[in-house]
Write a protein that binds this ligand. Structure first.
Ligand code: 5CA
Length: 426
């Protein structure tokens, strides 16, 4: 990431001390209080600048890891013709969660809840030979699902941002390799974000198919109950490929391979879900390639989702304290916040200008230049959770001393102006 600076006085982050009464979980409360989101309708939120910066950081990590396994980023459409779904047989089956739309000519359309049909349609238009395989297309785009019970803010929204990928392989062995590659890339993505992913054996639900895993993040407010061996929490990436948690519907103490003393039961949030479903869509949508002998082969498919907007809430559930959010460095909206506690004191202003001018060549810096009370400034910084705070007060500034505080540990040290610059610009 390149550096940059932003003046808080010009930054649209409408923070608030009020605790929203109807927000039941901490991430929802903190996202509202830190001015990250603004509700427009049930389960439908506007994303404000702090939140957009976090979405962008998460997306960047996802794209990096997906491009790294040879997936191609595209943008499918949010509006799809119903015909594609009639062809796959899902138009009626999907039920009331699908938002159905008519255009001015009375044509039937829908707002994408997922894009298996469309990905298959794009594939079949262009790929005619086994030489075009394997192929994987992915996007990061908005979805709409008319959930019966949207709740917990963006955790279960109706409109939400998803990374969704779709793979096409010539046979099962190749499809399984692709599935495993995506599986491993997901583990890397969640680790890079600063989370501990728990793979879970899963059902395929509305997507259909015969092999499926979820990726969950532990949090007390999670909607799933997970049963797992406690060594899962410290497993290597390779070990996570073969040892999974199960959810309560699947847990059978008689069949469990986990020793009772190692069994952990915790709540989790589903942040990702991968599916292998073979030729379900390629057959239904008459999508085939010709193999080496010139014979028709229906590609073996999989689809792979990450709840990008849900992740923002899940990260906060996993990383906060009673003062606010504690962003993991990799996805923080800014790297550093400079708190000028006395914006009318010229020495403090000079120090702040010098420090942000120097640091912003390497780091993303928010400079809190607002004319508000010291208490409000300190409280806002803890609330929005930027990993490092440089606090400039008038008492020590004569001797060129500022305070450097770590948001996570709360540890604060007194340090000279030049030293603090040296810490961030190396
Ligand atoms: N087509 C497949 C994979 S591309 C699919 O749609 N999978 S999914 O239904 O499991 O969704 C993928 C991820 O999106 C989920 O793991 C979850 O993290 C997120 N997600 C699903 N529904 C919602 C929702 N209502 N609000 C926020 N995130 C959601």
């Amino acid at each position: 990431m390149f550096g940059g600076i932003m003046l808080f006085s010009k930054f649209f982050a409408p923070t608030s001390r009020d605790v929203p009464a109807d927000a039941k979980i901490v991430s929802h409360r903190l996202m509202l209080r830190s001015g990250m989101i603004s509700q427009t309708a049930s389960g439908i939120y506007c994303w404000l600048p702090l939140a957009v910066r976090v979405l962008d950081k998460i997306s960047q990590i996802i794209c990096d890891e997906q491009d790294g396994i040879g997936a191609n980023r595209v943008l499918f459409t949010t509006i799809q013709p119903a015909d594609l779904w009639i062809e796959s047989g899902r138009y009626d089956a999907y039920g009331k969660e699908m938002l159905r739309i008519k255009d001015r000519k009375e044509g039937n359309f829908l707002y994408s809840p997922t894009n298996e049909e469309q990905a298959t349609d794009v594939f079949r238009k262009y790929v005619k030979s086994y030489r075009g395989l394997p192929t994987m297309l992915y996007q990061i785009h908005w979805k709409f699902r008319d959930e019966i019970r949207p709740r917990f803010g963006v955790m279960r929204g109706r409109e939400f941002l998803m990374k969704d990928g779709y793979s096409f392989d010539i046979d099962f062995e190749s499809a399984k390799r692709t599935y495993d590659n995506v599986f491993k890339s997901y583990i890397r993505i969640f680790r890079r974000i600063g989370l501990t992913p728990i793979p879970v054996q899963a059902d395929s639900g509305a997507i259909g198919g015969n092999m499926s895993h979820e990726f969950q993040i532990l949090a007390e407010t999670g909607e799933s109950t997970l049963y797992y061996d406690k060594k899962l929490l410290t497993s290597s990436d390779d070990e996570l490929m073969t040892t999974f948690a199960v959810t309560d519907e699947k847990y059978d103490p008689k069949e469990s391979a986990v020793h009772e003393k190692d069994l952990q039961i915790s709540k989790g949030i589903e942040v990702g879900h991968v599916f292998y479903f073979g030729t379900k869509y390629s057959k239904a949508m008459n999508t085939f390639v010709l193999d080496e002998k010139g014979e028709k082969v229906f590609p073996e498919m999989g689809s792979y989702g990450i709840g990008v907007s849900r992740l923002v809430a899940a990260i906060i559930e996993a990383s906060h304290d009673d003062r606010g959010i504690i962003w993991p460095e990799a996805v923080a909206p800014f790297d550093v916040v400079i708190l000028n506690l006395h914006v009318k004191n010229s020495k403090c202003c000079d120090a702040a200008s010098e420090i942000y001018g120097a640091i912003s060549s390497r780091k993303e810096v928010l400079y809190d230049d607002r004319d508000i009370t010291v208490g409000e400034k300190l409280a806002d910084a803890d609330l929005i959770g930027i990993p490092w705070q440089i606090i400039i007060g008038k008492n020590k500034i004569e001797s060129e001393i500022v305070e450097l505080k770590n948001r996570k540990t709360g540890e604060a040290i007194e340090i000279s102006r030049s030293e603090v610059i040296g810490r961030f610009v190396r």
